[in-house]
Design a binder for this molecule. Sequence first.
Ligand code: SF4
Ligand code: SF4
Length: 353
Amino acid sequence: MPNVSITSACNRACSYCFARDTLTGYGADRAMTLEIFAAVLAYLQRSGINEIRLLGGEPTLHPQFAALMDMILATGLRPIVFSNGLMPPQALNRLRAIEPGRLRVMVNASALIEGEPALVDQVRQTLRLLGRRAMLGVNLHTRQPRLDRLLDTIATLDLIPRLRLGLAHPTLAGSNLSLAAKAYRQVGRNISAIARAAADRGIVLSLDCGFVPCMFAHESLPSLDVAVSDCGRRCNPLPDILPDGRAIACYPLADLGAVALDQTVTAVTIRRHFQGVLAPYAALGIFPECSACELFRDRRCLGGCRAAALRRLVPASRPFVLEAQQGWRERMRAEVPVAFACANHRMGAGRSR
Ligand code: SF4
Ligand code: SF4
């Protein structure tokens, strides 16, 4: 389902954020207009999509957040709000006025794991007030995240009994903190270690995009929302929508360019465009050994996150300074001519600097 970034504003600064690089180009508080939002809703309905996932920055900081929620509910789309848990009271009240079954608020648990006590208290209070509207999610950017305490929080606050696990993927420029592929197997062991405790508490572990089968030692882990054997196919750029209404493949792949939403384009046509852009790199996996992997050959694993795989093209000796990032973008422009061939699609056009 597509993510729609309704504002570039954010009240946290997560080191692993893969949206910051792109959203910085919009300034500190660029908010999607109601007109563009209406066009996005029409695009989703035209595409046969029945959910809308609101992102930012922090989406509840949009100055007309309540009006946007009204527009969504009027269409019958199901809203999913991705929040860091630090919401203005008006936005929190608007969300609490919606029945739990019609809404999901995905609260990033990083503050609960890493935050100062005052921050933890604030996020816990938000969770307490949202109750069964709230589901915890965490972006894994270290080898040993403290996931066990999140199971306690879910149970104690009686939240939706699921925990969304995402891998912190790199942007193509590598400007965010991301989880190195060489750490995946250790992270897989950590997930296996809490899978039994989660199952015992009736909590499902939900795997986001980019997980790969070789992370996990067991073929069937209790409480995962996907069979381990199937998790390697979850790199399916959505696409994501920027505050100015243009579509990118996904934030880590934002440098592949942006597509304007006109009145006819659908998610299928945009996805097909980006699949064409990525096609020359289908033989590239996140590990050198992917090319010899049986799962890769028969497409049961796509070789991990495309952005992480493409990052392997960057010479290891190259320092990740701005000049090098610009060099990388130039190289991608040269290597992905499809994006330049289309009048609407420009490499780097995802930014409005
Ligand atoms: S294709 Fe690569 S990432 Fe996927 S299971 Fe095989 S070795 Fe792991
Ligand atoms: S490239 Fe694929 S796995 Fe990586 S962030 Fe995008 S959709 Fe997810």
